[in-house]
Design a protein around this ligand. Sequence first.
Ligand SMILES: [Fe+2]
Length: 340
Amino acid sequence: MSDGLALGDFHHVGVVVGDIDAAMRGNSRFFGIKKWQLRKFEGDRLPGFEDSGFLSAIGSSESGVTLELLEPLTADSPHATFRSWRGQGMSHTVSHCTSEQFSRLQKQLADLGMGVVHSLNLHDKLRSVQIDSRPQLSGLGLEVQVIDEGGGFDALPVDRVVEYDYSPLLPIDKLYHVGIVVNSRERATASFRRLLGLPEFLPLDLAVGESLSSVQLRGESVDHAARVAFSRANGFCFELMEPGAGKGAYQEFQSNYGEGMQHYFPTICEQSVFDRSLAGLSKEGVEVLLEGVIDGVMNYYYLDADNLLGGMTIEVICPHDADWMGVMGMTQEQGYLIGL
Ligand SMILES: [Fe+2]
């Protein structure tokens, strides 16, 4: 097994949005995030990008889900390329490394011939790079910040604190995993293992009539198949999904965007809790995109929360049995790889 790139520890997911004020409100409404720290990076705060800066708003829920919303201010700004490709959505992971790890990372990138999308020096004291990893990691960007210099990101001046007092629309447990649509499970798992040092992947083959009892896409019963795989390292858990035959959320994502981060999974709750939340979700424009059923194990849902959250799909699991993992024949170790 390769050790992978010296990225440090996963800290949060970066979401590129078109309207950061609307996205702060929407993410507070959904996740119950009470407070955002908004920073404007441009001019002498962003050497090299003085006239093409961006806004950053970072916030955490009480259960520790942290998101950073990013709004590029011009077509040449950092994160603008993602905005023109995807519109809005989950763009990259942000990890925190030490300056020693960062030196090692720079040498690894040179050895591998991998470049960087942007290299930032925030307020002339905090270094951050986005690695040009999307071609090799199925659309996933990797942003790395050096945290033992200049007091780290949290020490950078805050321009505006934005507060909301919403309760979450669903119970928010933690970030179990992020799901990434990939064109080839074999190719993607090999690249993820090599670059991220992931120990192993747990593969699962999904197909209606075999491992799935039924799938509904926007309320219509569909045939659906996918080959997925899970792994976890450095505080972060991935699901890679290769769309198969039939229709589904992965298939639609692939035909719209190709590969990339498709879903964010923060909730396992009772079916009755989920059912009671549907009216409130709908009032905020969040609808069930897909419902999958594995008899005796779970109902799982993908919620279309694009407008409320800024291009994000949310996964929710409602178990049929307290020991749903046991019913599926899964071990604790396999549960760990799924993000539990
Ligand atoms: Fe998932």
